[in-house]
Design a protein around this ligand. Structure first.
Ligand code: CA
Length: 477
């Protein structure tokens, strides 16, 4: 009788937010964050909530974003597909009012299922909070991609000039002093309310603005980082804000995001659903370069031991923190093998036991969530058309094509015309800074890597529009 009651209980709670069969999922994405978390050995950072997440879950030291910039990475996260194979190479900036189109592609094609749509079909309530950036015209916004509840400011409905009275849009456009000091807090307030009132299993994507420029933490948040005044880039002291330095701003903003994550975790605990919730955190690309300090304060992200930055496909542009915690997941485990952002969808579906007929670019790496540090079987490709952020430091300017070859555990990079061949072992214990180009000493080592990369590149749909001079070593504007 007891067993039967138990079975009935399990059966009948299946549709609730505390169902063991359908764990809730929260997928948090920071914007342009590098190794800016204390758990990732950054001693400027104060990030107790993320550190705790890492201790209670799995910490990935070789997580690769699908692209070196925002939109394509996020498309890869949401679809498990390679963005370049969908003709998405760069930021999606289309605005109907300006009649600007990008590459003829406006977002995720309608025949490509998103994780939102797949989970909605499997009994999940879906939500998107914050920056969307996966298509900004009608047909490509969050409402068109299987999302039940949306709290965002860059959805087509806003960009088209309608509904501009909503609170978030007003805040976003209020000016820099409001921007980001309050925006992530508003996003988190909404997320907390969503968790509070949702009884079904849910999948919520939260896309923070931090630490993308410009950063305007509150006076109170800055106070905790007075020790960083003047300690970073002293040439910036006194510009625009006589009280603070960009380093102080940067790590205050990161701490502010961490506080918001902490508030959300507290709500999960209060509702008694933390243990039945998969929580993931990552970034969409590496930190930007140091920019004009009068207009931008995003320049203090750390790439840790890696060369490159946002927009380049050296490790600094594509290798960022990833943490995953969930029911049955390993705790306090470090994963060192490579995993791609395109692996998240197929891995998540495997964890949930959802069979999908979709042919993903990404690979099911779910054993990693249970502590198995396994090698990927499929290669990972990158393509960067290179934006301004990637062009400012010649030493960081990567070739535009790259591939990780798991068989040889090497990364090869080259130009589309076959020029600039570079080969590195980017394991943390080998050459994470990509300083030792093995192609010089062993020209045959990566011949299959280069062949595969060339084949992949040729298979991509046109048009492929690179920034003028992309991947070339001379300085250009
Ligand atoms: Ca970004």
């Amino acid at each position: 009788v007891i067993i039967r009651i138990l079975i009935i209980f399990i059966c009948c709670s299946a549709a609730n937010a505390d169902s063991p069969n359908k764990p809730n999922i929260i997928w948090m994405i920071a914007d342009d964050i590098g190794y800016d978390i204390k758990a990732f050995n950054n001693n400027y950072a104060i990030t107790p909530s993320l550190d705790r997440l890492a201790r209670e879950g799995v910490q990935f030291w070789r997580f690769y974003t699908p692209s070196a910039v925002c939109s394509p990475s996020r498309v890869g996260f949401s679809t498990g597909q390679h963005p370049a194979e969908l003709s998405i190479y760069s930021t999606l900036h289309s605005k109907i009012e300006n009649n600007i189109t990008y590459n003829g592609v406006e977002g995720i094609p309608s025949n490509i299922p998103t994780i939102f749509e797949i989970l909605a079909d499997n009994g999940y309530r879906t939500a998107h909070v914050g920056k969307w950036h996966k298509g900004s015209i009608q047909g490509f916004g969050p409402k068109d991609k299987g999302i039940d509840e949306i709290f965002s400011y860059d959805m087509p409905e806003n960009i088209d000039g309608k509904n501009r009275s909503d609170e978030l849009f007003t805040l976003f456009h209020q000016g820099p002093t409001a921007y980001y000091s309050q925006l992530d807090t508003k996003l988190t307030d909404w997320a907390i309310d969503f968790v509070d009132r949702t009884d079904e299993p849910f999948f919520m994507e939260i896309s923070f603005n931090t630490p993308h420029n410009p950063l305007y933490p509150t006076e109170k948040e800055l106070e905790e980082f007075t020790h960083l005044q003047g300690s970073l880039a002293p040439e910036h002291i006194g510009i625009e804000d006589p009280l603070t330095t960009p380093g102080q701003r940067y790590y205050s903003a990161v701490k502010s995001m961490d506080d918001n994550i902490g508030r959300l975790m507290t709500k999960l605990r209060q509702r008694g659903i933390e243990e039945n919730t998969i929580i993931m955190f990552s970034g969409d690309n590496g930190p930007g370069t140091q920019r004009n300090p009068t207009t931008s304060f995003n320049a203090y992200g750390s790439t840790g031991p890696f060369r490159g930055n946002k927009g380049t496909i050296y490790e600094g542009g594509i290798r960022v923190p990833f943490i995953a915690k969930g029911p049955g997941f390993a705790k306090n485990v470090d994963i060192h093998e490579a995993i791609s952002g395109t692996d998240i969808v197929p891995s998540l579906l495997a964890v949930l036991g959802i069979n999908s007929a979709v042919n993903f670019y990404g690979e099911n790496m779910s054993p990693m969530f249970y502590g198995n540090d396994l090698r990927r079987t499929k290669p990972i490709h990158w393509l960067t058309i290179q934006n301004k952020a990637a062009t400012e430091n010649v030493a960081n300017r990567s070739p535009v094509l790259g591939m990780y070859d798991p068989g040889k555990d090497i990364k090869c990079l080259m130009q589309p015309n076959g020029g600039r061949k570079e080969v590195y072992r980017t394991k943390m214990t080998s050459d994470p800074a990509e300083l030792n180009n093995l192609h010089m000493s062993s020209p045959d080592l990566a011949s299959s890597c280069f062949n595969d990369l060339e084949t992949w590149y040729k298979s991509l749909p046109p048009p492929k529009k690179f920034r003028k001079g992309a991947g070339k070593l001379y300085h250009y504007r």
